[in-house]
Every structure is written in structure tokens, then in C-alpha cells.
Ligand binder design. Structure first.
Ligand code: SF4
Length: 242
């Protein structure tokens, strides 16, 4: 992923927003997963457009029923689909997961000291690790960032979900026309290069939490928002209520 050059004004604004939101939501924020990167990848593929509880249940069922990733790859697809049925689109996710495992097996699975491990990604520069992951079908910037940041690799990569994206658009950090995938490079470039992986993770978490707890899709609670003075959308909305 190519990082674009940040606008210094936007970078200052992004840091100010981060600091304010961190005071509200309490940084540093504890990591919610401690999975190895391959497990995190499968978990991320299951989580697409699925509630966390449902994708967690699917992951638990899949790993309970099939003790190795090789077994998941080689099982009848209908059995995988049944195991992950708590997810949305299980009929699409089951063959996709098997296809991804097939490719990983061909590329690295049986050739390394640690078979079925993506731990080698820890040794690559983040941009190369992301490119490797994004060469797999169904893996875009959000999933590659999730694998590197949320897994026990704990690398510096900014994931942007739909809440994070909505908040960033309303705050004017990215234009409305920029979709979630290309927003990753723009938003990550606004964060200081010397920030740690934890700080970058915190940024994802506080922007997401703000979208869940205050900047709702419908009826954002601008009157109690800690970044109202920095938000063109919120100020327009508040003035139209007067
Ligand atoms: S002021 Fe309103 S629109 Fe802006 S970030 Fe806060 S809640 Fe969202």
C-alpha cells in the first residue's frame, strides 16, 4: 500500500481529534485478540458484514470441528459452510476460505519450518506484508491491516471500518467520495510516522468507538461530541437546528 503525502493541516487536525477521543475512550486501548496471523486472517474473512458475536461463534465452531487449517482446506465445502453458518454469506465465505488456504498452502504451507504459519510476515516491511496478504482473493486493505495490527504480530497498520470511515468523512479528514479501501492510505498518512503500533491501533479504535457511541449513522449526537468544534458536518447540522 502506497502512503500518500499528508496535508500538514489535516495531520495536525487528525492528531488533535485523536487526543480528544483518547481522553473520552481511554487510551491505550487493550487489544481484543491475541490470535496468530493466519487465525486472524480467517477470523477477518468470517467477520465481513457480520456481527462480532456471530463471526466469533463461527470461528470457534470452525476451529473446534477442524483441528488444523489443512483439515479446513481439504474438508467438503458443505461441512465448512455448516460450521460457519452463524455468519452472513456462509455459502460464499466457505469456498473463499478454502481457496485462500489452498493458495497459502501452495505458497508457504508445507515449505517452511512452521507449516501453516504467517509468522514470517513479522520480518517483512509492513508495506510488503500488506501486499503479500492483499494478493490473496478477498483480502483488501482493511483485512491486511487487521491481520498485521490485531493479530499477535502487533504491527503498525491502520484498519478503517465503516464507523471509522463515516467519522473521518464528517470531520473532513477525507472527502466524501473516497471509499473505505482508498481511505486507508490517506488516513494512515495523516498519523505521525513515529507513532507506535499501539498508537495507530488506538486511532482505529477511538474513531470506531466514536462512530458506535456518538457519531451514529442516523442522528449523530453532535450536541455532546468532544470534537464538534473541529467538525464541519456537525457544525452545519447544529446551526440548522437553531
Ligand atoms: S460533531 Fe457530530 S458529525 Fe461531527 S464527529 Fe461529532 S457526532 Fe459526528
Amino acid at each position: 500500500m502506497q502512503l500518500s503525502l499528508p496535508d500538514p493541516e489535516l495531520q495536525r487536525k487528525a492528531i488533535l481529534i485523536h487526543d480528544r477521543l483518547c481522553r473520552v475512550y481511554g487510551c491505550p486501548i487493550a487489544y481484543f485478540h491475541d490470535l496468530d496471523p493466519l487465525s486472524e486472517l480467517i477470523s477477518a474473512l468470517l467477520s465481513h458484514r457480520t456481527k462480532n458475536a456471530d463471526s466469533h461463534r463461527a470461528f470457534q465452531q470452525l476451529t473446534r470441528q477442524f483441528p488444523t487449517w489443512e483439515a479446513v482446506r481439504d474438508a467438503p465445502t458443505a461441512e465448512i459452510e455448516a460450521a460457519i453458518s452463524s455468519c452472513t454469506w456462509a455459502e460464499q465465505k466457505a469456498p473463499r476460505i478454502q481457496q485462500v488456504l489452498q493458495l497459502i498452502g501452495e505458497r508457504i504451507g508445507e515449505q517452511r519450518e512452521e507449516p501453516w504459519s504467517l509468522n514470517f510476515l513479522a520480518e517483512l516491511p509492513v508495506s510488503e506484508a500488506r501486499a503479500w496478504l492483499e494478493s490473496l482473493p478477498g483480502v483488501g486493505p482493511k483485512t491486511s491491516a487487521a491481520v498485521l495490527s490485531f493479530s499477535n504480530l502487533r504491527r503498525r497498520a491502520l484498519a478503517v471500518d465503516s464507523h471509522h470511515h463515516r467519522v473521518a468523512v464528517r470531520l473532513g479528514l477525507i472527502p466524501l467520495k473516497v471509499a473505505v479501501a482508498p481511505a486507508h492510505a490517506i488516513l494512515e498518512a495523516q498519523l505521525p510516522a513515529n507513532w507506535t503500533a499501539q498508537q495507530v491501533y488506538d486511532n482505529h479504535e477511538v474513531m470506531m468507538l466514536h462512530g458506535q457511541k456518538c457519531c451514529f449513522y442516523r442522528n449523530p449526537a453532535c450536541h455532546r461530541c468532544t470534537v464538534l468544534d473541529l467538525c464541519p458536518f456537525g457544525q452545519t447540522r447544529q446551526s440548522s437546528c437553531l
